[in-house]
Design a protein. Sequence first.
Length: 62
Amino acid sequence: MAKYIPHTYKNGRARRILIRVIVILLVLAATALVVLFFLFRQYIVISPDGLHLEIPWLEGYY
């Protein structure tokens, strides 16, 4: 006689929640990067050495 294995239903709710949280974090990170780029755009300096930031309130610290 075959062994009885009950049929259980496993929904993917935990996986969907995890994927949703990861997508939300990625969207927030991308939005933050775009906002930071536009905020610091005026401080980006192109020189022969390459790109660097010249932030006025940090001039004496480095």
